[in-house]
Design a protein around this ligand. Sequence first.
Ligand code: FAD
Ligand code: NAP
Length: 315
Amino acid sequence: MILDCAVIGGGPAGLTAGLYTTRGGLENVVMFEKGMPGGQIMNSSEIENYPGVTGEITGMDLMTPWPEQCQKFGLIHEMIEVTRVSKNDAGNFTIYKGDGTSVEAHSVIVGTGSTPRRVGFKGENELFGKGVSTCATCDGFFYKGKEVAVIGGGDTALEEALYLAKICAKVYLVHRRDEFRSAPNTIERIKKTENIELVLNASPEEVYGDAMGVTGLRVVFKDGTSRDIEVPGVFTFVGNDVNNEVLKQEDGSFICDMNEHGEVLVDISMRTSTSGLFAVGDMRVDAPKQVVSAAGDGAVAALQAIAYVDEKVSE
Ligand code: FAD
Ligand code: NAP
């Protein structure tokens, strides 16, 4: 049997793709998710920017009903890791699974997400979600009127520092060198922003806190001196790893066009350069890395996949 659609990844993007493909009439749609469905937002202790959410709910509260809703329309969930997606000469996709088996599909929607890199300082993992964050859009509001530290010297760190400076009383921008690798106009805007203090030639050594969460960050300067910055929030932006392994072929090339950061190039319909293959959510180029946009991508791709499969099977 050939699946109408294989959905890879069961985060907000994959689950929404599963909902729209099955409800839109595709049959034999399987969502391959290596763990519990829900995606990385399941780790969030609070989400308040998903439309319609007015109370205090966790990421798990938000995501728990999604798989059940999908199953109602016929989405099959297979809990397994996908190792590779390839396209064969007949124009079908082969989904290789972690247990050594494989299955064929007419179309594939891949939404395996991305993983923000950790910096590696003491306390980072222990206090992650309790003051240490990798998402200003998600968590910045919790520090309204308070002081925060931002770590990193690339475009993301500088843009997020500007975003946080609008919400927070003060932003300490901590960078390990005295030059940024960001766009010149962004650097200018940083320098002109009064409530951003540059803490340069400084590497984070330790974040510490109490039962309530983070209380401060210790940085060490290149000359060996150190400084304690007393803040309840530490935002780290030191790059992202895109979870694109499933798109890698045996010869090391990718099945579709990618950019230099390993993000999948898509058009506004989430189509990749390989027909019948769609990429959604955090792994695609220019992703806003939000639940609402990941879900939107899933819906867009599903509608395209339905049209693609209809045309393919009627040929
Ligand atoms: P993901 O959620 O990353 O889901 C990808 C899924 O694919 C995962 O379940 C993974 O297990 C699975 N997978 C990966 N590889 C494979 C494979 N090879 N085989 C099978 N399965 C695989 N966004 C907001 O809008 N608001 C917030 O308040 C917010 N807070 C956040 C707080 C935290 C702590 C974090 C980490 C993120 C937060 N985000 C928030 C961002 C949001 O979680 C992501 O933008 C969103 O989850 C992206 O959805 P996705 O479906 O693209 O990917
Ligand atoms: P990035 O460009 O790789 O920058 C990562 C930053 O983190 C660097 O400044 C790096 O320092 C620092 N860093 C890395 N590891 C560290 C560690 N262990 N300790 C302390 N600092 C550490 O990542 P990014 O900012 O996420 O950007 C990724 C790509 O997306 C870039 O090409 C960027 O231009 C692009 N982007 C573009 C836009 C835009 O065009 N508007 C917006 C966002 C991102 P060093 O500088 O010393 O290496």
